[in-house]
Design a protein around this ligand. Structure first.
Ligand SMILES: Nc1ccn([C@@H]2O[C@H](COP(=O)(O)OP(=O)(O)OP(=O)(O)O)[C@@H](O)[C@H]2O)c(=O)n1
Ligand SMILES: O=P(O)(O)OC[C@@H](O)[C@@H](O)[C@@H](O)CO
Length: 412
């Protein structure tokens, strides 16, 4: 991607995050509300950090949120971030963010002026790097560029007495979304000329570029998940989108004992009907996180660990220990379904307490461990049926990632 961005020149992003999220109805401003255990703004930052060609990330927050934002940056290890104090309105916050490149600072933190600056609401966490680059390149060429999406509802105007005045032809109009991008001088010059009315009541940066810099923005149709978190339902939707994105891959870890391999094979056959990528590896291949990351060329968040009856939790404990050595679970809760093969005569009592204890410890590292008993004292047909039921339990646990079920022992 870096090669594709090489003609862009220096690029930065301004993330306005200084609002109070009134429409969401929470005491916590929505950019700091947690989604899958992590503040919404951290998900957005992670998306921009994937674009290494964006050299500076300017986060604009209300002064009362500066310490909270610093703590989030530290906890999640965000890089390339500069904090700026927000303003009373979104436009004033964006303007404060843009000033960081052009005005001297008391602490001499001058930041190199970018050729292209992206502006993106911090509460829009789903940012696609390819599309970001398209918008930035288009802004380099045309002076300004912005994301648009088809309108879902028709736009109408109301008369002062509350009756329909006129309606806009929906097919000819679009919703203005983000990211937007500008040649830095185009948008900074526009903000310098803004009236107070613009700064206090305006909502459209593209309009400012046209009004004050006489630059018509290039409009690019963006992907469907560009939406802005505004209402409570948007937080729930964001959590579902993220859960779905981290539930595409699955790693089955088993040792070389015969019964473990047999159940592992049956689980693999069932699970590959539900997941895009299912890999089965022997626990001997999972001695280092390097091995694990090589399996999926990156981050896998879902594991099934098959423990044969006489070894109890050794496989799961080893996997938890390995995962705890990485930051993998900082970004998203990892799931381990600890499968225990059992026979008619073995008691599940000690397993229950064992899974509970192990799960409680792992949960401190944001690793969710669930137990699953599979009785292998069955004929082939019955075992296949049991594994099929076990697969349904596993897919539900991974999809839901419910902390309340951590340490519970399900029976297929
Ligand atoms: N004074 C403000 C107001 C808004 N924003 C930011 O602009 C983005 C989009 O604005 P909006 O969705 O309106 O956020 P809020 O103003 O917080 O929401 P509400 O209007 O419901 O209060 C958000 O990331 C918000 O934090 C900002 O930086 N400074
Ligand atoms: O008006 P709000 O402050 O809720 O949100 C800002 C949005 O209007 C803005 O992000 C897009 O419409 C693009 O300009």
């Amino acid at each position: 991607m870096d090669d594709a961005a090489k003609d862009l020149g220096r690029c930065a992003v301004v993330l306005p995050a200084g609002g109070c999220g009134e429409r969401l109805g929470s005491l916590t401003p929505k950019q700091f509300c947690t989604v899958l255990g992590r503040p919404l703004i951290s998900h957005t930052l992670e998306a921009f950090e994937r674009a290494s060609w964006i050299k500076d990330i300017i986060v604009v927050v209300a002064s009362e949120s500066l310490d909270l934002m610093k703590a989030i940056i530290h906890k999640y290890g965000h890089q390339r971030v500069t904090l700026v104090k927000g303003g009373e309105t979104r436009h004033r916050s964006i303007f404060n963010g843009l000033k960081v490149f052009s005005e001297n600072h008391s602490d001499d933190t001058a930041i190199d002026k970018p050729e292209v600056v992206i502006i993106h609401d911090a509460v829009r966490p789903f940012v696609d790097e390819d599309f970001l680059l398209q918008v930035a390149k288009s802004a380099k060429q045309h002076g300004a560029a912005g994301a648009i999406r088809p309108l879902v509802s028709t736009v109408i105007a109301s008369s002062s007495d509350g009756f329909l005045d006129y309606s806009l032809e929906r097919a000819r109009h679009r919703a203005s979304e983000m990211p937007q991008a500008f040649q830095y001088d185009v948008i900074y010059r526009a903000y310098l000329q803004c009236t107070d009315y613009d700064l206090d009541f305006g909502t459209e940066c593209l309009h400012l570029a046209l009004q004050y810099s006489n630059v018509k923005a290039k409009l690019l149709e963006g992907p469907p998940d560009l939406w802005k978190v505004t209402y409570k339902r948007d937080l729930y939707a964001a959590e579902s989108v993220i859960k779905e994105s981290i539930s595409q891959q699955l790693c089955i870890v088993t040792n070389v004992k015969k019964e473990a391999i047999e159940v592992g094979f049956l689980l693999h056959e069932n699970l590959k009907l539900h997941y895009k990528q299912v890999k089965a590896v022997s626990s001997s291949m999972c001695k280092t996180i390097h091995h694990l990351q090589n399996i999926f060329h990156g981050q896998c968040c879902n594991f099934i660990c098959i423990n044969v009856k006489d070894l109890d939790f050794e496989e799961t404990q080893n996997l938890v220990d390995l995962l705890q050595t990485t930051n993998a679970s900082i970004s998203y809760p990892l799931v381990i379904v600890s499968v225990h093969l059992t026979t008619e005569d073995s008691s599940s009592g000690n397993k229950l307490s064992g899974v509970r204890k192990l799960a409680k410890e792992a949960h401190k590292s944001n690793i969710l461990v669930y137990g699953l008993l599979i009785n292998i004292d069955q004929d082939k047909v019955q075992l296949q049926q049991t594994v099929c039921e076990g697969t349904a339990i596993i897919t539900a646990l991974i999809k839901d990632r419910n902390p309340a079920l951590v340490g519970q022992l399900m029976v297929a």
